[in-house]
Design a protein around this ligand. Structure first.
Ligand code: GLA
Length: 397
């Protein structure tokens, strides 16, 4: 389905449900990280990029406090009242929408209700930030509909707060920031402490491929919280050995060697991964700017090895996917994506061989795992913005 067909479909569904045409269209993309696993909540660096898969909300403001929204992906409708927002047990996805509305109101903004139709092309729950895309599309929609004086970074922080405090997932800022700030054609080097980033163009000699293991990510919630707590414990212990450390971001690779012996082995492994991954995110910027494929391959191999051996976020399906990626034509580099524990992986390949790469990985991974993966090319798309329904291309960013 192309963008025009998608627009027509949403408009028709909107009209059928609400008896009028939508007046405002917001969209926000998913993301894939190219370096910097779990560094965001350690106030570190991440090389991240938006993908050309996004959530769209077609909407029309109402004169009351009611929000009604229908998900075309799930065939479900949800409803809430702005003045009385509670969790939705029947339609949990609605919490991403109502959670954003709730934090905006708590921040002192007055909102109006709306009717909406939602459709997303970000695979649900695969580690490509389907939830952040929905949060940011909602945030951007409300910002415009209610004329809120909020910039992209502030919207991203509020969306993260919605996920932390209302949805109850203790994620960092990576997903919402990328979805809010990303640019077409560019990756971002995100500084998660300063909440700022610089654009890093992706060379036309590199194609980013998502390799979705389609393996269940059931443990990711608990394991994620445990890793986060282990990093915090590492910081508390390092603070007893060194002044001026408020997060693992403050610890360099060499300095870490002097602290490691004073840490319990598991904590030392977790912290070492973060410290090294931060250094790799910075090195990645240079390698990407120079299009240095050999260096990219080394950095990604080290990231994946650390993710498996030190941070222990790999599952057998990820190893099977990695083996399939490494053996495929056009392969330059491969690593984990998102939180790990299943879900998607990511590869850099020579563009001319991306179709062959996909075919090969598909076959080999299916043979070794019995699962049916999804292998596809992605390109960096604009961050969350409004769509002009007449040409359905983003009108601004
Ligand atoms: C998830 C979280 C992010 C980040 C990544 C791991 O996607 O939502 O905040 O921590 O995992 O890098």
């Amino acid at each position: 389905m192309d963008r025009v067909e998608r627009r027509n479909w949403l408009a028709a569904e909107f009209e059928a449900r609400y008896g009028a045409q939508p007046t405002l269209w917001a969209r926000a993309p998913g993301r894939v990280d190219l370096m910097g696993s779990h560094t965001d909540y350690n106030e570190g660096w991440i090389l991240t990029m938006t993908i050309d898969r996004d959530a769209w909300i077609a909407a029309r403001p109402r004169s009351d406090e009611v929000v009604q929204i229908h998900s075309l992906n799930l065939g479900e409708s949800g409803r809430f009242v702005l003045g009385a927002i509670e969790h939705s047990r029947q339609t949990p996805w609605l919490d991403y929408v109502s959670g954003v509305a709730k934090v905006l109101q708590e921040a002192g903004f007055t909102l109006c209700g709306f009717d909406g139709v939602l459709h997303t092309t970000v695979p649900l729950g695969g580690g490509l930030s389907s939830s952040a895309a929905l949060e940011m599309a909602t945030a951007r929609l409300l910002e415009r509909m209610c004329r809120l004086p909020l910039d992209s970074v502030t919207l991203a922080r509020l969306a993260q707060r919605a996920e932390n405090e209302f949805v109850g997932v203790g994620c960092g800022i990576l997903d919402q920031y990328t979805s809010a700030v990303g640019r077409a054609g560019c990756a971002l080097l995100l500084d998660a402490r300063q909440l700022s980033s610089r654009d890093v163009p992706i060379s036309s000699g590199l194609q980013v491929m998502v390799c979705d293991t389609r393996a269940q990510r059931t443990l990711s919630g608990t394991e994620y919280a445990e890793r986060r707590a282990q990093c915090e414990e590492g910081v508390r212990r390092i603070q007893r050995m060194a002044a001026g450390v408020s997060a693992l971001r403050d610890v360099g690779v060499e300095a870490f060697d002097t602290y490691a012996a004073g840490l319990p082995p598991v904590i030392a492994r977790r912290c070492r991964f973060i410290v090294e991954e931060n250094a790799r995110a910075l090195a990645m910027e240079t390698a990407l700017r120079q299009g240095d494929c050999a260096r990219l391959g080394q950095l990604w191999a080290a990231s994946y090895a650390g993710a498996c051996e030190l941070y222990e976020l790999c599952v057998p399906a990820m190893a099977q996917m990695m083996a399939a990626m490494r053996a495929a034509p056009g392969f330059i580099a491969g690593r984990q994506a998102g939180a790990g524990f299943g879900g998607c992986m990511v590869a850099l390949v020579h563009p001319a061989e991306s179709a062959l790469f996909a075919q090969h990985v598909q076959q080999q991974y299916h043979q070794s795992s019995g699962l049916h993966p999804a292998i596809y090319a992605v390109s960096p798309a604009p961050g969350a913005n409004l769509l002009d329904p007449h040409d359905v291309f983003p009108v601004d960013s």
